[in-house]
Design a protein around this ligand. Structure first.
Ligand code: SF4
Length: 224
């Protein structure tokens, strides 16, 4: 008997975790208040397998991003920079080698959409639409603006997060628009996070609602 449920579960696990382990820092490593999490990841700490809820959550995000491919011309804009000497790399080229050599100096990331070089947009899926935007989501777009500037020389001053509610079948949406920080501020904040993650000592734990999706929760025991 063919186990169709297993085929389905295996497929969404593969889709949700595709891309494998990243060799260097990613923007998502830098935006959380908790820099202990990327510290663990960069130090090869053993992680638990993601549970089904976490996989489902990742899968929704992956599915939504694929569904919106082509909505505006500049979707999934990939970037890779070194803020310390302001260099850039084409992420399509083999940046992995450079990142392995110096993993704490390079950061990569993909903005969901760059609209007319005026707004950087990022989608967020959620179970219930929030009443306000989350600071880490705004930080993420701020960092993209600095990365985009290094790649193109274009300064974008507006950011937006479009929240899509899973429980309504993505019918209910909410848009938050905001002004971006100056580029030099974003550069400083990025470098501070990168330096902190590179320390030998682990950064402080910063427990939050994101802990439930953290693969290091078992070793971290954030509320002890
Ligand atoms: S469990 Fe929470 S406090 Fe611990 S590393 Fe993960 S996000 Fe940080």
């Amino acid at each position: 008997m063919i186990d169709i449920v297993k085929i389905y579960k295996d497929f969404i696990r593969k889709q949700a975790t595709s891309g494998g382990r990243r060799p260097g820092l990613h923007v998502s490593d830098l935006v959380s208040d908790c820099l202990r999490k990327p510290y663990y990841r960069m130090n090869d700490t053993v992680v638990r397998e993601h549970d089904d809820d976490t996989i489902d959550n990742f899968f929704y995000g992956t599915a939504v991003h694929k569904a919106f491919d082509g909505m505006v011309p500049n979707m999934e804009y990939h970037m890779c920079i070194n803020p310390f000497d302001e260099s850039i790399e084409d992420v399509i080229v083999d940046i992995k080698k450079e990142m392995k050599k110096n993993p704490y100096k390079w950061v990569s990331g993909s903005a969901d959409a760059i609209i007319n070089d005026e707004v950087i947009l990022d989608f967020k899926t959620c179970t219930k639409l929030p009443s306000k935007n989350h600071v880490s989501y705004m930080k993420q777009i701020n960092f993209y603006s600095y990365m985009y500037y290094l790649h193109t020389g274009i300064e974008i001053t507006k950011g937006a997060n479009l929240f899509l509610e899973k429980t309504s079948g993505f019918h209910s949406i909410k848009l938050f628009e905001f002004d971006l920080q100056p580029l030099d501020v974003n550069r400083e904040v990025m470098m501070y996070a990168m330096d902190t993650i590179a320390n030998e000592e682990p950064p402080d734990k910063e427990p939050s609602f994101f802990c439930k999706w953290c693969p290091y929760i078992d070793i971290c025991k954030p509320y002890n």
